[in-house]
Design a protein around this ligand. Structure first.
Ligand SMILES: Cc1cc2nc3c(=O)[nH]c(=O)nc-3n(C[C@H](O)[C@H](O)[C@H](O)COP(=O)(O)OP(=O)(O)OC[C@H]3O[C@@H](n4cnc5c(N)ncnc54)[C@H](O)[C@@H]3O)c2cc1C
Length: 407
C-alpha cells in the first residue's frame, strides 16, 4: 500500500556487498519476519543447511502494531522484547463503552527486538535478497543441486534452490502459482497505523462508522509510544483520513505511517511443492486481524514437519500432507471468525453499544476469549523450550481470575 510517509532508513546490503547467492541448500526460507524466523528456529540444531532471505535486514521493517497474548511470548522465551502488558480491553462504540477484564494478558513488544531474539535461536544463514518468484529455465547444474526435486527461486542476487522451500513472504504469496492475490478483489483487509510518542494504560478498540464502515480502530500503547490505527475489512475503503482523524481526536500528531494488506481467508498450506506459512497462507485471523500469534503457531507446525524431513524421518510429500492436514483442520475456526467479521458491521450502532456492554459479562468474556486463544494455544510453543532447556516461567496471567466491569 503506498500510504507510507516517513520511510525508515534502509540498512540492507548495497553495491559490492550484494554478491551472487546462486547455490543449493537443504531448506530455503523466503521471508524473515514472524513466520520465517520461527521456522528457522525450529530447524536449529537439526544439522540442516538452512538459508533464510528477506529484502530487508532482520527486524528492519516493522509490519504491525506488535500486540500478542503475553503467554505466547513467554513460552517462546521472548519476554525481553515486551513493552507493555494489559489485562483489560476497552471497547468504544458511539452508543457506549465497556471495559473487558481479560482471562489472559496481552502484550505489546518491540518488532526489531523480537526478530533479533528469534534469530538468536537460529543456526541458519541469512542474506538480504529480493524474491522475484520461481525461477523459469534458470536452474542450477546437476552438480550444484542438493536433490533432483529441488525448487529454484529467482532473486535479485541469483537463483537459490532447495528441496524444501518456504514462502513466508506475506500476503502476496509470491511463490504461489498464477498472479496471486490482488487487492481490492482478493479477500484482504487493509490496515494503517501511526506511532506518536505518548503513554496510556489502556488497550483500546473503536467500533465506530465515523472511522470505518466495516472494521475497527485501535490504540495499542507500547511504553513510550501509542500505535494508533484503522483496519478496514473492506479493501476499497481508504483508511488514511480516518487514521488521522482518530489520532488527532486522541490529541496526537500522526507520524511514521505504516500500512499493509491483511489476509482474512485461510489458503492452501502447500502448492507446487512450496510450503506457505503466516500471511502467505492466510493465517491471519479474520475479525481481529491478529496474525503474529498464528504466524508463529503455523510456522512452528511447519518447522516441525520440515525437521522430520531433514532428519530423515519422513519425505517431503509426507511433511506436505501432514502440514496441509494441520492447516485445514483450522478452517472451520477461520470461517467462524469470518462470519462474525461480516456480521458486526451489519448490527445497527444503537444495538451494538448495549450488545458490547452485555458481552462484557465475566462469563462471556472468559468463555469467548479462552476459545479465541485456543485457536492457536500458547502451549503449542512448548516443544522448543523443552528442546533448548530454557525456562518457560510461571503462567501467572493465565491463572488470574478476571472480573468483568462495564464502564
Ligand atoms: C497496520 C497493521 C497492524 C497490525 N497489528 C497486528 C497486531 O498488533 N497483532 C497481530 O497479531 N497482527 C497484527 N497485524 C497483522 C500482522 O502484521 C501479520 O499478520 C504478520 O506480520 C504476518 O507475519 P508473516 O511473518 O507472515 O509476514 P510479514 O510480517 O508480512 O513478513 C513478510 C516478510 O517477507 C519480506 N518480503 C516480502 N516480500 C519480499 C520479497 N519480494 N523478497 C524478499 N522478502 C520479502 C518482508 O520484508 C517481511 O520481512 C497487523 C497488520 C497491519 C497491517
Amino acid at each position: 500500500m503506498a500510504e507510507s510517509a516517513a520511510m525508515p532508513v534502509r540498512a540492507t546490503k548495497r553495491g559490492d556487498e550484494r554478491t551472487p547467492l546462486d547455490a543449493s541448500h537443504d531448506v530455503l526460507i523466503c521471508g524473515a519476519s514472524f513466520a520465517g524466523l520461527v521456522i528457522a528456529r525450529e530447524l536449529s540444531g537439526s544439522g540442516a543447511d538452512v538459508m533464510i532471505i528477506d529484502r530487508y535486514e532482520i527486524g528492519e521493517r516493522q509490519t504491525s502494531a506488535c500486540g500478542i497474548p503475553t503467554e505466547w511470548m513467554r513460552r517462546l522465551g521472548l519476554m525481553d522484547c515486551e513493552r507493555q502488558r494489559f489485562d483489560t480491553l476497552v471497547m468504544h462504540t458511539p452508543h457506549g463503552d465497556a471495559r473487558y477484564k481479560l482471562p489472559w494478558t496481552f502484550s505489546t513488544f518491540d518488532y526489531r527486538e523480537m526478530c533479533e531474539l528469534l534469530w538468536d535461536g537460529c543456526d541458519a544463514r541469512f542474506e538480504t535478497a529480493k524474491v522475484n518468484g520461481r525461477a523459469v529455465g534458470a536452474f542450477l547444474s546437476d552438480s550444484e543441486r542438493k536433490a533432483p526435486s529441488e525448487i529454484a527461486i529467482e532473486t535479485d542476487r541469483g537463483v537459490i534452490a532447495a528441496p524444501l522451500v518456504v514462502d513466508a513472504l506475506g500476503w502476496r504469496r509470491i511463490l504461489g502459482p498464477g498472479d496471486g492475490y490482488q487487492p481490492p478483489d482478493a479477500p484482504l483487509s487493509r490496515g494503517l497505523e501511526v506511532h506518536p510518542a505518548g503513554a496510556s494504560e489502556d488497550l483500546e478498540i473503536w467500533i465506530d462508522r465515523r472511522y470505518v464502515p466495516a472494521g475497527y480502530g485501535w490504540s495499542f500503547p507500547a511504553r513510550d509510544e501509542l500505535r494508533i490505527g484503522i483496519g478496514s475489512f473492506d479493501p476499497r475503503f481508504h483508511v488514511k483520513d480516518t487514521t488521522v482523524l482518530l489520532t488527532e481526536e486522541l490529541g496526537k500528531e500522526p507520524n511514521e505511517y505504516q500500512g499493509n494488506w491483511i489476509p482474512h481467508k485461510l489458503r492452501k498450506a502447500t502448492e507446487g511443492g512450496v510450503f506457505f506459512a503466516g500471511d502467505s497462507a492466510g493465517h491471519c485471523l479474520p475479525l481481529s486481524a491478529e496474525g503474529i500469534r498464528t504466524a508463529l503457531y503455523f510456522g512452528i507446525a511447519l518447522g516441525r514437519e520440515l525437521r522430520g524431513v531433514v532428519e530423515g524421518r519422513q519425505s517431503r510429500e509426507q511433511a506436505a500432507a501432514a502440514y496441509a492436514e494441520f492447516n485445514d483442520s483450522h478452517e472451520w475456526k477461520f470461517k467462524w471468525m469470518l462470519r462474525v467479521q461480516k456480521l458486526i458491521p451489519r448490527i445497527p450502532p444503537r444495538i451494538l453499544g448495549p450488545a458490547i456492554r452485555l458481552m462484557g459479562s465475566k462469563r462471556f468474556v472468559e468463555w469467548s476469549f479462552r476459545h479465541y486463544l485456543n485457536i492457536a494455544p500458547p502451549e503449542f510453543a512448548d516443544d522448543y523450550m523443552r528442546k533448548t532447556g530454557a525456562a518457560v516461567g510461571a503462567s501467572e496471567e493465565l491463572a488470574q481470575a478476571p472480573s468483568a466491569s462495564p464502564m
